[in-house]
Design a protein around this ligand. Structure first.
Ligand code: FEO
Length: 400
């Protein structure tokens, strides 16, 4: 009834694809859908690692039944309590009343709060092990990647890391869950967007978790979202390392602008022309009114240069640019080269506030902020061009 090909001998992927939900966490668009992965280890004892969103519990239980027949599940390892994974715990407990839930003290606080479960618990701490028969799991705490109770489990026979959300990505598993069996092109931008929006605030905790992970001889990463990583394992670990250090992936500039009647947009053209004339080819322009903030945030993680422009609106920054600024500030993105520009009709305020954002973020302000009154004059167009050129010069100076 479904592909029961194991991840390793007697370790099965029993996750599901969600092609229905439009918005993850009810705010992040899902153009490629999302997968909720759970894993079943069949040994002398049987263990499930995490569950799936409760909307898919029927499909999930059918997959488990198809493998176990009349055997029962002994342990549920809860690496992460967010309901996209923990959602089916209540139903699982009804189905397997004698199941023991394995987690840490923080897990159990949430387990009681969400499901009123506080019996048959097995608490683990850093480095504790659980033997299932031939296989043994070792637990490592990964707090704030991206919730406080998060932990990972390492299986030492086949060097498999069950990594919770870490190394996860938006995007369903299409036709197979193993990275070597599918074209992984669609995941890289979506993985960065997932990281930027969900984990991005927690760079230091992610670095701390990575230190533990790279010390293990991991050959397979089983995340809770997206493919199981084997072939691309080094790439995903390198990307997580880069993102969590807020280091750009490539040389380039994001220009994000808001514009009500086209004047700030004209300045955007001038700025972009300046960047390209200055010798930088990667310029990504986003109209904040057309593109969801999550995609813009993702490219801000990708590129070192960022230039933001908008009109003054009610004595402040244009609302959708304000949303972008707040998303950036919330994630604490570090070490960006930053410029700004904008326009107004009778009293300018936005450019002053956009300029102050450099200080808020402790970023280097590049070039002169450009503030245009009413229609864009030739002089202001030139100033926009020079702002773009100044950014290009700064980026080129970083070339090795
Ligand atoms: Fe995929 Fe943090 O849950």
């Amino acid at each position: 009834m479904y592909n029961k090909k194991p991840v390793a001998e007697n370790i099965f992927h029993v996750g599901v694809n969600d092609r229905q939900k439009s918005l993850f966490e009810n705010y992040l668009p899902l153009p490629e859908g999302v997968a909720y992965n759970s894993y079943l280890i069949v040994d002398e004892k049987i263990a499930l690692i995490d569950t799936v969103d409760v909307s898919f519990a029927d499909v999930y239980f059918a997959k488990i039944n198809a493998i176990l027949k009349d055997r029962t599940v002994d342990y549920l390892i809860v690496n992460h309590m967010e309901p996209d994974h923990a959602g089916s715990i209540g139903l699982l407990k009804q189905k397997y009343p004698n199941i023991t839930v394995v987690g840490n003290a923080k897990t159990f606080d949430m387990l009681k709060g969400y499901f009123d479960i506080n019996t048959q618990l097995h608490e683990v701490k850093e480095g504790d092990t659980l033997t299932l028969g031939k296989r043994t799991l070792t637990f490592y705490m990964a707090p704030m990647v991206h919730w406080p109770e998060v932990m990972v489990a390492y299986e030492s026979n086949d060097n498999i890391l069950f990594s919770a959300d870490a190394f996860g990505t938006f995007g369903t598993n299409d036709g197979d869950y193993l990275d070597s069996c599918i074209n992984t092109d669609k995941y890289w931008d979506e993985m960065r967007r997932y990281y930027a929006c969900i984990v991005g605030k927690y760079g230091m905790p992610t670095q701390n978790a990575l230190k533990k992970i790279v010390a293990l001889p991991v050959k397979t990463i089983c995340s809770t979202h997206g493919p199981v990583w084997q072939q691309e394992l080094n790439k995903v670990v390198d990307l997580y390392d880069k993102w969590s250090r807020y280091e750009a992936e490539a040389e380039g500039v994001v220009i994000a602008f808001g514009s009500m009647y086209g004047n700030t947009q004209q300045l955007t053209e001038a700025v972009a022309e300046g960047v390209v004339a200055g010798g930088i080819k990667n310029v990504v322009i986003y109209n904040v009114s057309k593109t969801d903030t999550s995609f813009i945030l993702s490219d801000i993680f990708k590129y070192k240069g960022l230039i933001i422009g908008c009109p003054t609106y009610m004595g402040g920054v244009y609302p959708l640019v304000e949303k972008l600024l707040s998303s950036i500030e919330c994630r604490g993105i570090k070490n960006r080269l930053y410029g700004c520009y904008g326009s107004f009709t009778w009293a300018g305020a936005a450019v002053k506030q956009l300029t102050a954002f450099a200080q808020t973020m402790n970023w280097e302000l590049v070039g002169n902020p450009v503030e245009n009154k009413q229609a864009v004059s030739g002089e202001k167009y030139q100033a926009g061009f020079e702002l773009g050129q100044a950014m290009a010069e700064k980026l080129k100076a970083l070339r090795q």
